[in-house]
Design a protein around this ligand. Structure first.
Ligand SMILES: NC(=O)c1ccc[n+]([C@@H]2O[C@H](COP(=O)([O-])OP(=O)(O)OC[C@H]3O[C@@H](n4cnc5c(N)ncnc54)[C@H](O)[C@@H]3O)[C@@H](O)[C@H]2O)c1
Length: 403
């Protein structure tokens, strides 16, 4: 990264086409010298995405990893070797990975149910932390993590990076900064996707390990809904079940027990109403956001259908009737950024993680926002179990939680 205004596209600096140039002749194509070294705890699917993107973003490199699964370690080593000639340090304990003086920051990419216990060790390092979402599998653990985060004297970033998808960035700008829609009244979000992927020890098929699907995956959407509502949820109603996926799935004699479809309705304290729908047996990835205000309506979506003529597609429309200009756009990042993972969102998560380390202003989600995304998801799951509306204040009182 450079402070110069001239365009120095990272894509050029990454291209092997310019490998013939002596380093002294690389100006426009010069790569930033990594200033920071990350240690990554857990190198499964998202740990690998973080390894790749750390190198891609360029201001940091990956120093070492800790993961008890040998295949995760081998995969991480192979991935790292594509980017760096420096060997990847493989630690034999979490403590060793956290306390290594060479590491400037720690990324926690382990399964949801391990976050609290892993974090308790990582915070002893005092180093900047990136903790994957959901911060925890229960509201109680999420609150404990929030308290740890708020008392932590260094950067504590959480993995709610869907805020940086190109459609989210544009929608947040229009709705919250430009206030194009006037006062927000209704929010609707949808995720239709393929079933949860295989994981090490299949932790995501069991609610006790993942927190269940609304906590595990949909915390991203509840975070966005809370953000657009600019208010606290007061009532949550959910209806959902296991209709198609993993009905016959057993692992070590235990049956899977996670939701694969749900509707959730949320009433916010300021009168905003929101709904969310989840379908995890769709042969595609489709995410949609609709926000209606008293001066206009915004609809944004992105999808990957894997059909031959369709790559990632995105769309955003803002219709303001006779009030002000309407428009439709196709928010996007350069292809190499979108292809690096989560349609570019994880790339910008890294940009902001390094910015946070450097003390620059960012809009990364706070641990408390992570807590509220878990509260909405947990209340929706509780509502599904009870078949009744869950009043947030009562629910928190039942859990003996005061915020
Ligand atoms: N932000 C996002 O969009 C996003 C996307 C995917 C996953 N995630 C989150 O990242 C975390 C990991 O998910 P995943 O999909 O990579 O799972 P995964 O099963 O693919 O990988 C998890 C890795 O952690 C390792 N591990 C387990 N316990 C460990 C421990 N105590 N210490 C060190 N390593 C340990 C496993 O061996 C495995 O290699 C979860 O919290 C998940 O919700 C976030």
């Amino acid at each position: 990264m450079t402070n110069n205004k001239e365009l120095r596209p990272r894509a050029l600096s990454l291209s092997s086409q310019f490998g013939y140039l002596p380093d002294s002749d690389r100006y426009l194509t010069a790569r930033p010298q990594p200033k920071y070294r990350f240690n990554i705890i857990g190198t499964g699917i998202i740990g690998q995405e973080h390894i790749n993107i750390t190198h891609l973003e360029g201001r940091a490199t990956v120093h070492g990893i800790y993961d008890p699964n040998p295949r995760s370690v081998e995969t991480a080593q192979a991935l790292h070797a594509r980017w760096s000639q420096e060997p990847l340090v493989v630690y034999d304990s979490l403590e060793a990975a956290c306390n290594a003086p060479e590491a400037d920051a720690i990324l926690i990419c382990t399964p949801n149910y391990t976050h609290l216990e892993v974090l308790k060790v990582v915070v002893k390092s005092g180093k900047p932390i990136l903790l994957e979402k959901p911060i925890a599998t229960t509201v109680q653990d999420a609150l404990e993590i929030t308290k740890i985060a708020e008392a932590y004297p260094n950067v504590f970033q959480i993995g709610l990076q869907y805020r940086y998808k190109s459609i989210s960035v544009e929608a947040i700008h229009e709705v919250l900064k430009r206030q194009t829609l006037g006062n927000v009244k209704l929010i609707s979000m949808q995720e239709h996707r393929i079933p949860f992927l295989d994981k090490v020890n299949q932790w995501n098929k069991f609610s006790k390990f993942s927190g269940d699907s609304l906590i595990e995956k949909c915390c991203h959407y509840f975070d966005l809904m809370n953000l657009f509502a600019q208010s606290k949820p007061v009532r949550v109603y959910g209806s959902g079940g296991m209709a198609v996926n993993f009905k016959d799935f057993e692992y070590e004699g235990e049956k899977s027990d996670i939701l694969d479809n749900a509707f959730v309705i949320i009433d916010y304290a300021n009168g905003v109403r929101a709904n969310f729908s989840l379908c995890m047996f769709a042969p595609m990835f489709y995410e949609e956001l609709i926000v209606c205000g008293d001066e206009g309506r915004l609809r944004a979506w992105e999808q990957k259908t894997y059909l031959p003529h369709q790559d990632l597609e995105s769309h955003m429309e803002i219709i303001c009737g006779e009030n002000k200009p309407s428009r439709t756009i196709q928010p996007a990042y350069p292809k190499w950024i979108e292809e690096s993972g989560h349609n570019g969102a994880t790339f910008f998560e890294h940009v902001y993680f390094v910015d946070n380390i450097e003390g620059k202003p960012t809009s990364t989600a706070s641990a408390r926002e992570g807590l509220w995304s878990v509260i909405v998801a947990a209340a929706a799951q509780e509502s599904i179990k009870r078949g009744q509306v869950v009043i947030i204040d009562d629910y928190l009182a039942e859990l003996n939680i005061q915020l």
